[in-house]
Write a protein that binds this ligand. Structure first.
Ligand code: OAD
Length: 335
């Protein structure tokens, strides 16, 4: 197995995400020089203005191979958010040659915090949110993943999560889930926090999983105090929304945009205690999870695993660029 590792630190802070709504200048570091890049939002896409794109091309022509290699990682980050022209530009420059992934050094006193995102389930066939063809390319989260959407059209929201539930019901854990579960069995001091609502960590054998955004296979009453309950029904359409004994509607046990993620006290206690923080397959765009790495970085070593640098790249000491299913078995191999 191989992975291309890339040390952060040569990038200036980049902050892109759903909150970007007008134009924004960021700087791309290429060797000693900083190049301004102007981004603009065009409908739901961020685009790079053509003049700035020419500047990048010229800078690449003059730069040394090593600064090109470093810059490719930041271009990939931009390309992730930008339009096709820049994606093809990235294709012209290959990243530094792959290196073997060495096992992560974990001492007997280390405490690990693992944060997983949609990328960890991508190799199981569950779509991510923001990659090309991701869920948010086909749906507006405002229509299906907010309390307002639920009040406006509960059936649409129920059908959306029923569809995701059916997709997840057919998915199997991949080598990334399995490597995490195996590490968890080796180390008691591992806190696994996922933003994912599928149950693939559990199916891989992970004994403890904190689902900060809820769980697809649980439902709860929208109004009474009945606790969330297991709900494995697939609700093939047209399925009416079930009712609680109290008469109110049953809703998905999901944290929607605008709601508070679950178990934050427990999460921050684990972040405060950890000495190694590792984020896997999450783009770093959704708060509060996007800030966990910065929170942990005060005292912990911080790592990222995924095929593209995340938006919050600068807070990671090291990135392992590649698919989680390829990198994690080597990274978590017993020394
Ligand atoms: P995103 O779709 O924003 O990001 C997925 C990340 O996974 C990207 O950075 C990809 O590069 C990476 N990725 C893709 N394939 C991968 C692979 N094989 N191995 C490793 N990484 C891979 O998903 P999240 O960051 O998880 O919240 O999204 C966070 C939250 O936004 C979700 O929990 C959800 C969503 O809206 C709510 O619905 C509240």
């Amino acid at each position: 197995m191989s992975a291309c590792t890339w040390e952060s630190g040569s990038l200036l802070p980049l902050s892109l995400g759903p909150s970007v709504c007008t134009t924004r200048s960021v700087e791309l570091r290429l060797g000693a020089a900083c190049r301004p890049v102007v981004l603009a939002k065009d409908k739901n896409k961020l685009v790079i203005l053509s003049e700035a794109k020419d500047l990048i091309v010229q800078s690449f022509a003059k730069a040394s191979p090593s600064s090109r290699a470093k810059c490719v990682a930041s271009l990939r980050l931009l390309a992730y958010h930008l339009s096709t022209p820049l994606r093809s530009l990235c294709g012209k420059f290959s990243p530094s040659p792959p290196m073997n992934t060495q096992p992560l050094a974990i001492s007997p006193t280390d405490r690990l915090f693992l944060l997983t995102g949609a990328g960890v389930s991508a190799e199981s066939g569950i779509p991510t949110f923001r990659d090309s063809n991701g869920l948010w390319c086909n749906y507006r989260f405002e229509d299906v993943a907010t309390p307002t959407a639920w009040r406006r059209d509960p059936q649409l929201v129920w059908d959306f999560y029923s569809m995701r539930r059916r997709d997840a019901a057919h998915a199997k854990p991949n080598p990334a889930h399995q490597a995490i579960a195996a590490l968890q069995h080796r180390l008691d001091r591992l806190f696994l926090c996922t933003q994912n609502i599928d149950n693939l960590h559990e199916l891989a054998g992970s004994p403890r999983v904190l689902h900060m955004h809820g769980e697809l296979f649980k439902s709860r009453c929208e109004s009474c105090t009945r606790p969330p309950f297991d709900d494995a029904q697939l609700y093939q359409p047209p399925a009416a929304i079930p009712r609680c004994e109290c008469g109110s509607q049953i809703r998905p046990h999901i944290c929607w945009f605008g709601e508070v993620p679950y178990d934050l006290d427990e999460i921050y206690a684990a972040l405060d205690a950890c000495t190694i923080f590792l984020a896997i397959g999450t783009s770093g765009t959704v708060e509060p999870a996007a800030s966990f790495a910065a929170h942990a970085a005060r005292r912990a070593r911080t790592y990222y695993v995924g095929p593209e640098p995340p938006v919050n790249l600068r807070v990671f000491q090291q990135c392992f660029l590649g698919k989680a299913g390829q990198i994690l078995p080597d990274l978590f191999a017993a020394p």
